[in-house]
Ligand binder design. Sequence first.
Ligand SMILES: Nc1ncnc2c1ncn2[C@@H]1O[C@H](COP(=O)(O)OP(=O)(O)O)[C@@H](O)[C@H]1O
Ligand SMILES: [Mg+2]
Length: 298
Amino acid sequence: MEQLIEQRTREVDEQRVALAAANGELRALTANLDQIVRQRTRALAESEAQLRQKNAELERQGKLKAEFISIVAHELRTPLTSIVGYLDMLGEDRFGDLTEAMQRPIRSLQRNAHRLRRLADEMLDASRLEAGRVALRRVAVDLGDVVSDAITELGPLAQAKHQTVSAALRPARPIDADHDKVHQIIVNLVSNAIRYTPEGGTISVVVDEAPPEVYPGDWARLRVRDNGVGIPESLRHRIFEPFSDVQPAKHHTSSGPDSAGLGLYIARGLIELHGGLITVDSEENVFTEFTVLLPLCR
Ligand SMILES: Nc1ncnc2c1ncn2[C@@H]1O[C@H](COP(=O)(O)OP(=O)(O)O)[C@@H](O)[C@H]1O
Ligand SMILES: [Mg+2]
């Protein structure tokens, strides 16, 4: 009996020692784990700070880029204005008759100088939009009138490609918009339609009030449709980005106001500044249709 008690006591003692050892080990592990968690937390905080810093740096670089573009465009514009002015005067024989041999090179100079000035203007517009420095002068504007003006202005371009441009101007209340900006938007959309549609194609412009069951609210709707090269689905999301000249060069068929892929970027910026919306639908080699919503006057 006594022996048995002695043995059990020994066993209990041994177990106590083992338990104490296990306890020690557990404490060490917990401490270790605490340290690991602390280390990881510190690392996370550090990488978050780094990310924040990188973000700020990216933002700064974006601003610098817009500023750079704006400065370059400004610097280009001033001498170009003088070049374009003198070339136009030369072309109008204001400095005496041009010889036969001079006519062609002067015309070519004139065309290219105009092109450069257009590019500088677009770069300025884009950087102003990006910097939030475009203010709208909103009045009641008859969208149909602006469409008619733009189509008349672009008529010669379409005629040069034997294209028909039709307009259906359905009754619509005036829009609350900046007249010149709306003109700029329409000229861009229609000149794109002319540019990306082969000889003999058709372009149609429709103005109406957007059906409220489809577009809740009070919107005028402008649709510009052509039966040209279309825009492949895979490229469609890129066309509103700056410098997005996404079509293969073979589509650059037409004469006329070509630019650097800033037109739709500017158009979208201006439309969104009005609180409006632009969308595109297309099928390759079948059609392209841009739909624009602009707010009606209240
Ligand atoms: N009506 C259209 N049909 C086919 N592609 C178009 C049409 N309008 C625009 N695009 C595509 O969208 C791109 C961006 O248009 P835009 O910003 O006006 O630039 P740009 O006309 O200077 O190329 C064009 O380069 C072209 O690839
Ligand atoms: Mg364009």
